[in-house]
Design a protein. Structure first.
Length: 252
């Protein structure tokens, strides 16, 4: 992976930031996308200091298809051959039963978790197919495999992400490109703070009294996937805390 070009969406916190660190550690060059560009700048500076990582950061909202297309199209020539795309940007909003939920929240989740994923993949995958190699990793969720109370549209967006990856497997057969869907269980990140719109007390309770996954655990799995030999393709990973058996059963 030395000098390979890795593009990570949602790299400003949590799993995306941890992926940036993990790929920096093995010598990759990084392209980091997120909306909070000041955070990306700081992450890039830290990685440059610690690992001499070459890093490009771009303020991109993955819901904006023109911005996504332009950001990828306008990459400097030596960064255009992307070896790995980590489709990680995503979020949940609320945990209400569907009949009490908000249309605005549902649209934000679909636009980010599904349409953003599709826009990013459309911008990057054709170049990989032309190059005859590349790896597209999508961070979906246990929520896409198992329903839980209030998960409704978030779960639907993640189930769709998983089916998108399954479908891509077929489309890219024979091109040399590899596709992997990663479904984590509970990971201690800013995810719940975003879901509960800044209610840090409620968010902290999600991760109390057991050992959740840390973002670095998921990044470790992602790096393992892309460092298999070229003839080996890991299609699916379900990675859970030891203290979590299903979407709802946690040993607290
Ligand atoms: P965080 O909230 O810590 O990180 C989410 C990242 O997504 C941020 O960098 C955020 O950046 C970015 N993002 C959100 N919306 C957009 C957007 N419109 N355009 C660009 N970037 C965006 O949560 P996690 O690290 O936990 O989440 C990462 C992924 O992992 C998500 O897809 C999530 O659904 C998934 N996941 C999380 C689990 C968990 O328990 N934490 C478990 C299973 C899956 P910014 O706000 O700067 O744009
Ligand atoms: C994030 C994990 O269980 O909160 O996808 O949906 S969960």
């Amino acid at each position: 992976m030395n000098n390979s070009v890795v593009l990570i969406t949602g790299a400003s916190s949590g799993i995306g930031e941890a992926c940036a660190q993990a790929f920096a550690r093995i010598g990759s060059k990084l392209i980091l996308f997120a909306r909070r560009s000041e955070r990306l700048e700081k992450i890039a500076e830290d990685l440059s200091n610690e690992f001499s990582t070459e890093c490009i950061v771009r303020q991109v909202d993955v819901r904006d298809k023109t911005a996504v297309q332009m950001a990828v199209a306008k990459l400097p020539a030596e960064w255009k051959n992307i070896d790995v795309l980590v489709n990680n940007a995503g979020l949940s909003r609320g945990l209400a039963p569907f009949h009490e939920g908000s249309m605005q929240d549902w649209e934000e989740m679909i636009d980010t978790n599904l349409k953003g994923l599709i826009y990013m993949t459309k911008a990057v995958l054709p170049g990989m197919v032309a190059a005859g190699k590349g790896h597209v990793i999508t961070i979906a969720s246990i929520a896409g495999r198992q329903a839980y109370p209030g998960g409704n549209v978030y779960s639907a967006s993640k189930a769709a992400a998983k089916m998108f990856s399954d479908s891509l497997q077929i489309d890219v057969l024979g091109t040399g490109v590899r596709i992997c869907n990663v479904d984590p269980g509970l990971v201690e990140t800013e995810f719940s703070e975003v879901r509960f719109r800044g209610d840090t007390e409620r968010a902290a309770k999600v991760y109390q009294n057991y050992s959740p996954l840390q973002a670095a655990d998921v990044a470790d799995a992602v790096v393992w996937v892309v460092t298999r030999p070229a003839h080996v393709s890991i299609h699916d990973i379900l990675i859970m805390p030891t203290d979590q058996a299903t979407a709802t059963l946690v040993n607290r």
